[in-house]
Design a protein around this ligand. Structure first.
Ligand code: IMP
Ligand code: MG
Length: 182
C-alpha cells in the first residue's frame, strides 16, 4: 500500500522546529494579553493543529471559539469568494480577538473575515498565523504574529491540506508535483 509520506517531496518544517516557534509566539501573546480579554478564534479547518499547540502555550485567561469560511474549494488557488460556513458561538463585544490562521497567502480570506468581525465591536482584532507567504499577498493585510515565512510553494501538513488530505501529517512538507498535477 502507498503511504501518505510517499507523496511528500521534502520536509520544510519539522515537528520540533514548529513546536519551538509556536511556544515562542505563545509566550509573546501571554505578555501582550495579560490585562486583556483574550478570545482566540480558530479559522477551521487548517488552523486546528496550530490552535491546539498555541492555546496551550498561552498562559493567561483566554476563551476559544471556532469559525469556518470557505475560499478554496479543493484546489490550490484562491477563488476570491468567501462564505461563512460556521459562525462563532460568542458575541464579540468587548473581546480582544486573536484570529488564528494556518496560512496568510493572498490574504483575501482573512481580509474579508476581519471586515465582518470588525462590525461586531470587539475591543481589538489581531492576527496570528502559522505561515506567511508575503510574495503572494493581494489584500492589504499583515499578521501581528507569524511563526514562519515560507516561499511560494504549496505546503501541506500540521493542519494544512491538499484536497482535504495531509492535515494529519505532523510536520510541514512540500508535495510532489505529480500529486497535484494528476
Ligand atoms: P488566502 O485567502 O489566499 O490567504 O487563502 C488562505 C487559505 O488558503 C488558507 O487558510 C489555506 O486553507 C489555503 N492555502 C493557501 N496556501 C496554501 C498552501 O500552501 N497549502 C495549503 N493551503 C493553502
Ligand atoms: Mg485549505
Amino acid at each position: 500500500m502507498k503511504k501518505m509520506q510517499d507523496d511528500i517531496l521534502k520536509v520544510l518544517l519539522s515537528e520540533e522546529e514548529i513546536l519551538a516557534k509556536v511556544q515562542e509566539i505563545g509566550r509573546q501573546i501571554t505578555e501582550d494579553y495579560q490585562d486583556k480579554n483574550l478570545l482566540m478564534v480558530s479559522v477551521l479547518k487548517g488552523s486546528v493543529v496550530f490552535m491546539a499547540d498555541l492555546m496551550r502555550s498561552v498562559d493567561c485567561h483566554a476563551r476559544i471559539d471556532f469559525m469556518s469560511v470557505s475560499s478554496y474549494g479543493s484546489g490550490t488557488k484562491t477563488s476570491g469568494v468567501v462564505k461563512i460556513i460556521k459562525d462563532l458561538d460568542l458575541n464579540l463585544e468587548g473581546y480582544d480577538l486573536l484570529l488564528v490562521e494556518d496560512i496568510l497567502d493572498s490574504g483575501k480570506t482573512l481580509y474579508y473575515l476581519r471586515e465582518i468581525l470588525k462590525e461586531r465591536n470587539p475591543a481589538s482584532i489581531r492576527i496570528a498565523t502559522l505561515l506567511n507567504k508575503p510574495a503572494r499577498r493581494e489584500a492589504d493585510i499583515a499578521p501581528d504574529y507569524s511563526c514562519f515565512e515560507v516561499p511560494d510553494e504549496f505546503v501541506v501538513g500540521y493542519g494544512l491540506d491538499f484536497a482535504e488530505k495531509y492535515r494529519n501529517l505532523p510536520y510541514i512538507g512540500v508535495l510532489k508535483p505529480e500529486v497535484y498535477e494528476k
